[in-house]
Write a protein that binds this ligand. Sequence first.
Ligand SMILES: [Fe+2]
Length: 298
Amino acid sequence: MIVRRGPRSRYLGAAFRAADSTDVARLADASGTKVRKLPEHLGGVTADLTDPGGVMVRVVADTHELPTLPPQPTQVFNWGHDVHRANSTQRPPRAPAKILRLGHVVLQTTRYVESLNWYLEHLGLIVSDFKYFEGQRERGPTMSFIRCDRGMTPTDHHTLAMMLGPSNRYVHSAYQVGDLDAMAAGGAYLRELGFHRSWGIGRHVEGSQIFDYWRDPDGLLVEHFADGDLFDSTLEPGWSPMTASGLAQWGPQATKDFLGLTPGRDALRELVSMARSLREENEFDLTRLRGLLKVTSS
Ligand SMILES: [Fe+2]
């Protein structure tokens, strides 16, 4: 993960790591691009692609392996009658949550099926769960949670999630933290920094993560998560209707802010995109708009 200081926070693109540089060369060949050497401090090579929504996707190999940073110690719990901590108090430090790794990125696109097919074809990803608009099952899915195909090696339920919407945009990215205490204490720290909680704390359905969503002062949405499902390649995709209440097993109701319905600059931009998307040649039409509006109230 590369974070650079800029005048304002924004998402640039995701990089996927290929098994080796031969795969990067094959991919570059097949997609009419060139393999480029990455700068010395990163090492390795990249094939820089653009998905159908115009988002940069980088596929790299042979980059330097950096030593793992020391993890934040997790708490010792007493579970019911199962005592692991006697004569000792529980005092999780009130500190910034240490990020273990980037878990996933969520994107919205006006060309969902086209983009999904692009990712499956170019990166060999597989779908963990499909979501469809209620009453529009026969028109096909409008969202998918997608994982890497690592054969019998279990991997995150989703590394990428993608949904149909009125504009092509970054929705959020998610970062794994040690446990619930690290997440909650980290949240307190983010609040002090001027972030505001968008939605959480709760537990998701697809992926099962315990989640906490925060918006930075520029409006960029990020997620802290702990625990989550890992699947190998043998599991078949699930299908379910897309509803706001179906996004969590427990926790507060999904907020307007999380669903992108808060009045303001972003909502206005989305409305303008909506008008444009309905006129343009893409997969977002009036029926899909009706489906999307139902999601927020269901
Ligand atoms: Fe997420």
